[in-house]
Design a protein around this ligand. Structure first.
Ligand code: SF4
Length: 339
């Protein structure tokens, strides 16, 4: 009997994989990659894939990593079941991943799906009503086995058919991870770098920026990557500025800037790189220069020489600019989503 296991590489799915690998089953793991995974910060685009790979390799399970970004962004713009506390469209996200898992199930000849979900752990997608709805909308009624909570849930087809033993399933519920941590110890699982998983869309500050992006119809990968970096200022409906906070962010911003973007920076002193995106009028260029000057090492001076150019131009213009004072910056902060 073959089953698909959704493997994020976090604690719960690792335990589920370990438990089910002890059953008389052939497991085929799937991991979904989106730009919002927090588990692996070594590369913003890697998602949890590297953790899942490590777990799958350790268990000798075949793994397919599916880049779900394109479909996920469509869901994110307008989720049928709405957002959670921030910009996390958890129900629609799970439906999308379950639908894709179902396709894979059919493709590889598997009979059901296994997840590491725990009843009541996440308010938007792991309560009974939502679990049922997600399963139904994904066309997987009765075909999703959740070994960590199975004894608290109705019997699934694999249990009814005797493909797996309900007796060996668990009855974990709720938000505490203590039972899983104890269980991991018993199972000899010592390395779980991303115990609680993580999704940037549940971060309130990131969510504000994301909301701004969606409102302005700017949802693409460059803009999403820019949301992860620096101070974010919306200067007008058509112009925004992202200012680096340290050398690492300055380098990231410089590498993310594309043709048509403005690049701002101090001409003579130490200070941030900033990327301007959109249509900048002379007034907005002035505002951008003043913001950049605000974060330069001005050594007590009120003004700074700020250079800027619009890519791909090489020619820089330099403006002697008064730094933005705290009152104006506070007003701008009130207008923008994050500073
Ligand atoms: S937290 Fe993020 S990845 Fe997890 S279900 Fe919600 S939207 Fe999807």
């Amino acid at each position: 009997m073959k089953a698909i296991i959704l493997l994020s590489g976090g604690l719960d799915s690792t335990i589920a994989a370990e438990l089910m690998n002890r059953e008389d089953l052939e497991l085929f793991a799937v991991n979904f990659k989106t730009p919002f995974c927090l588990c692996d910060r070594r590369s913003s685009n890697v998602g949890c894939g590297s953790n899942a790979r490590r777990v799958a390799d350790a268990l000798g399970i075949e793994l397919k990593i599916i880049n779900a970004t394109k479909d996920f962004l469509e869901v994110l713009k307008n989720p049928k079941h709405g957002y959670g506390a921030n910009m996390n469209p958890c129900i629609d996200c799970r439906i999308l991943f379950f639908r894709k898992s179902k396709e894979l199930m059919e493709e590889v000849g598997a009979s059901f799906i296994i997840t590491g979900e725990v009843l009541g752990q996440r308010p938007m997608s792991q309560f009974r009503r939502q679990m049922d709805l997600i399963e139904k909308e994904a066309g997987l009624d009765g075909l999703v086995l959740r070994p960590l909570s199975a004894k608290l849930l109705p019997q699934t087809t694999p249990e009814k058919m005797g493909w797996i033993s309900r007796e060996r399933m668990l009855d974990i519920a709720g938000r505490s991870r203590k039972p899983q941590i104890a269980l991991a110890k018993d199972l000899g699982i010592n390395d779980y770098p991303c115990a609680a998983g993580g999704c940037l869309l549940t971060d309130p500050e990131f969510a504000k920026r994301m909301r701004d992006l969606i409102m302005h119809d700017e949802l693409d990968m460059q803009n999403i990557n820019l949301l992860k970096v620096g101070r974010y200022f919306r200067l007008s409906e058509d112009a925004k500025l992202i200012v680096g906070r340290d050398e690492n962010e300055n380098n990231m911003l410089a590498s993310l800037a594309k043709d048509g973007d403005y690049v701002f920076g101090p001409a003579t002193m130490a200070g941030p790189i900033a990327v301007g995106k959109g249509q900048f009028s002379p007034d907005e260029i002035d505002v951008a220069c003043r913001i950049v000057a605000r974060y330069c090492d001005r050594d007590g001076e009120f003004d700074a020489d700020i250079s800027y150019r619009r890519l791909p131009e090489n020619e820089e213009r330099t403006a002697k600019t008064l730094s933005m004072d705290d009152t104006d910056l506070a007003k701008l902060r009130a207008l923008t989503t994050k500073s």
